[in-house]
Ligand binder design. Structure first.
Ligand code: BGC
Length: 783
């Protein structure tokens, strides 16, 4: 069993940005008089923005050191540096080589993952440094995704905070704990935009939006890498999975991706580009194909876009055995050819497939891979080892005293609790059912997630303690409940698919409910129903939870649905019938405390959805920045036939992207613009005054949306272009301003060049997508 509770049979294994969505303000692209971009080749139109992270300055000392080292290396030793193997700890796929320790001693492997603790990494490092001819230290990688030991909310939850300082803090704490356990390198951030909640891996990313996703991605890279890779409390970050993995057809994991190059550039690539600009050290390929070519063999993605257009100068690692998988993809006739295609396309390091290890020497000797290609990849890997300071002291991250002093520091746990409550989204709150008041003397906590430790830390919490550390909701509520208030628990229902139709626990739960003042239904998904290889065709509450929820509502007592899951669920019935809904995701080690903070009102919820919640799975993919179509539903009378709509379901979602309530309320003034138009090198500032009109202090995520009315290609009905999270006391007002430049309005134009186009735009400042709190204002961009 792997740490994700699944086994994978060994037989299963046999792309700027918006081309530069951040096209720079100072390099606007030329436009002709008709408003269309002139026909220029994409390559020349895409500005090359060389990444210049702090560590990437030309370092003559490092270069001399690495030149000297490479000159001494045999081809086999070089290939070793391009090989990453798992230790025999649990992993997400087949362990291809049980003999990794012998491989280390023989210099056949340069990097190890799934091994940590100061002691164990020291032991393995010693084998590499003392056992091999050139004494090249190992690099230790690991999936440190939303915390290492102290687990923070799942990544989608963190994105729901819209609080970049909180996101960065989580990554910072992760890096401190992981590096204290000998880890040099995390396989995070996962920046795959996804519009499909059927896909389990949406829980690992930042949701459906390009802009929010890019900000979150950069915050994570900053948190992990800090400003100095040589500091012993920073780790190399990995942006993954490159690219378009989130567009897997039908939401089925590992499935085919077939999207246009324009969509690739405008939707899926920008977060990758943003992290390259932020200096991310490594990029991980994805399992899927793009335009018929598996990502690990895509020269277009790995060289043309990543290196030549973006100037990335870290190294590229594959995903788990994804070179091997080029054979079943039907792209390579055998592993030898797969390895050649991968390295020639731009892969530097082979994760777990042992393809380079077993085939590359022959490929080089027979001339299908050049020595220079191998040397370039080796150099990129050695540079990172050098930057981490491993050639000075290979054991500098494996320090048991530091490890002991670092893990689970009280301040880390407090940070995890804080980020957890910031991530929660209040979806409904009829008649101020929340926060709980003193009149709720007896609280019935019901549901499979009410007293579960295992589920609280979600998936991809690899080194997280699932059994003892997590604070359950029951514990949290009991500890916080005011004197004289009782909290009693009955599981009542099950989230297991197989339990649908059963009613075993219902009687006990209903008996408890009937003698209580308020019911908290802690329902949702089991922790491993999202994450890798966890796709679903239904987004409903699994098992028999919905049936129990309906019976709880039938008691007439107020029911609060505490929803815990890693994806948007279809909770339309609940939205109609329960008093309040709080989306708590999987909140992490401090789950119960953070839930209690919100339910009792010690913290006023401030999260907003990073993903649209559909009414039914049949609406998927449903996302806020859709196109208008030629027959938008608004054109017809209600119920009109020949418009773009469903016969049986409204087009609108249940809850919009960017939506989330507070225990207070906010009003938005009309928007004012600094000028009615801006020129090529100009800027425009939009402002609105936000007022806390309620009785509690609270935070509001103020969002800026823009619509480009006419383009050389059709444009979305709205795009997020800015946000700011502000804290307001009751009655307090604040003016929030956003400055836009033409480059912020850039996209992939008809001729595939990247840039903006002159014309008319609408803009509004609002509490969520689609909610035009104030009348949109119009501005123009002139040449
Ligand atoms: C996942 C990656 C992960 C890798 C190493 C793969 O199955 O797709 O996200 O980093 O395993 O554990």
């Amino acid at each position: 069993m792997s740490r994700f509770g699944k086994t994978l049979m060994a037989s299963a294994i046999s792309l700027a940005m918006a081309s530069c969505a951040s096209a720079r303000a100072d390099t606007p692209q030329p436009i002709n008089a008709s408003g269309n971009a002139p026909a220029v080749a994409a390559d020349t139109a895409v500005p090359i923005e060389k990444a210049t992270p702090a560590w990437a300055h030309n370092d003559p000392k490092m270069n001399a050191f690495i030149d000297n080292l490479i000159a001494q290396m045999t081809l086999q030793e070089k290939i070793g540096q391009l090989t990453l193997l798992t230790s025999d700890w649990e992993s997400t796929g087949p362990t291809m080589r049980d003999s990794y320790k012998q491989d280390i001693a023989a210099g056949r492997v340069g990097a190890i993952f799934n091994a940590y603790t100061a002691k164990y990494t020291r032991e393995l490092q010693q084998a590499a440094v003392e056992g091999t001819r050139l004494k090249i230290p190992l690099l230790f990688g690991y999936d440190v995704i939303h915390g290492h030991r102290t687990i923070f909310p799942i990544s989608l939850g963190e994105a729901a905070s819209w609080d970049m300082a909180a996101v960065e803090k989580s990554a910072r704490v992760s890096a401190e704990e992981a590096s204290a356990e000998g880890i040099h390198w995390t396989f995070s951030p996962m920046v795959d935009v996804s519009r499909d909640p059927r896909w389990g891996r949406i829980s690992e990313g930042a949701g459906e939006d390009v802009y929010l996703g890019s900000k979150v991605a950069v915050a994570r890279v900053h948190g992990y890498q800090g400003t100095d890779l040589a500091a012993t409390d920073t780790v190399l970050a990995t942006t993954k999975h490159y690219a378009a993995y989130g567009a897997a057809q039908a939401g089925r994991d590992y499935n085919t991706v077939d999207i246009s190059e324009r969509t690739l550039r405008d939707v899926y690539l920008p977060p990758f580009k943003a992290t390259v600009d932020a200096g991310v050290a490594t990029i991980m390929t994805s399992f899927n194909e793009y335009d018929g070519i598996p990502a690990s063999g895509s020269k277009y993605l790995l060289t043309d876009v990543l290196r030549d257009q973006w100037g990335f100068d870290g190294f590229v690692v594959t995903d788990y055995t994804s070179i091997n998988e080029m054979v079943p993809h039907g792209y390579s006739k055998d592993l030898a050819q797969a390895g050649e295609q991968a390295i020639n396309a731009g892969v530097d390091m082979d994760m777990q497939g042992a393809v380079f290890m077993e085939n590359l020497e022959k490929s080089v000797k027979e001339g299908r891979v050049s020595q220079a290609t191998v040397d370039r990849a080796v150099r990129r890997v050695l540079e990172m080892k050098y930057r981490l300071g491993l050639f000075d002291d290979p054991y500098r991250y494996s320090n048991e005293a530091r490890e002991k002093a670092t893990l689970y520091k009280p301040e880390f746990l407090e940070a995890a609790r804080d980020v957890a409550r910031k991530s929660m989204v209040l979806l409904k709150n009829e008649n101020n059912a929340l926060p709980l008041t003193a009149s709720a003397k007896s609280i019935a906590l019901i549901g499979p997630l009410g007293d579960s430790k295992t589920d609280m830390i979600g998936s991809w919490s690899a080194a997280g303690d699932r059994q003892t550390r997590p604070i359950t909701v029951l514990q949290g509520l009991k500890e916080r409940a005011p004197k004289g208030t009782t909290v009693a628990y009955a599981k009542g229902a099950s989230y297991e698919f197989a339990d649908a139709g059963k009613t075993d626990g219902f009687a006990e739960a209903l008996a408890l409910a009937s003698k209580s003042d308020v019911i908290i239904a802690a329902m949702g998904e089991k922790w491993d129903m999202t994450g890798e290889a966890a796709s679903r065709t239904s987004l409903d509450l699994p098992g028999n939870q919905q049936a129990l929820l309906e019976q709880l509502v039938a008691t007439g007592k107020p029911v609060i649905l505490l929803l815990m899951s890693g994806r948007p669920n279809t909770v339309g019935w609940a939205d109609q019938h329960v008093a309040a809904i709080l989306e708590a995701w999987y909140p992490g080690t401090m789950a119960g405390k953070a839930v209690a903070d919100v339910l009792f009102g010690d913290y006023n919820p401030s999260g907003k959805l990073p993903m649209t919640f559909p009414r039914t799975v049949g609406q998927v993919p449903l996302y806020y920045d859709q196109k208008n179509t030629g027959r938008p539903i608004e054109l017809g009378e209600p119920g009109a036939k020949y418009v773009s709509r469903y016969l049986n379901t409204p087009n609108t979602p249940l809850y919009r992207f960017g939506y989330g309530l507070s225990y207070t309320s906010f009003s938005y003034s009309p928007v004012t613009l600094s000028a009615p138009s801006m020129a090529a090198n100009g800027a425009i500032t939009a402002s609105a005054t936000i007022t806390n009109t309620g009785k509690r202090a609270g935070e509001e995520v103020v969002q800026l949306y823009v619509r480009d009315l006419v383009g050389s290609v059709t444009r979305p009905v709205q795009e997020l272009k800015g946000f700011e999270k502000i804290m307001l006391k009751p009655g307090e007002s604040r003016n929030v301003s956003f400055t836009l430049r033409p480059a912020d309005l850039a996209f992939t134009r008809a001729d595939m060049s990247h840039g903006w186009e002159p014309g008319e735009f609408q803009l509004w400042i609002a509490p969520s997508s689609g909610a035009k709190a104030s009348t949109p204002v119009t501005f123009t961009v002139t040449e």
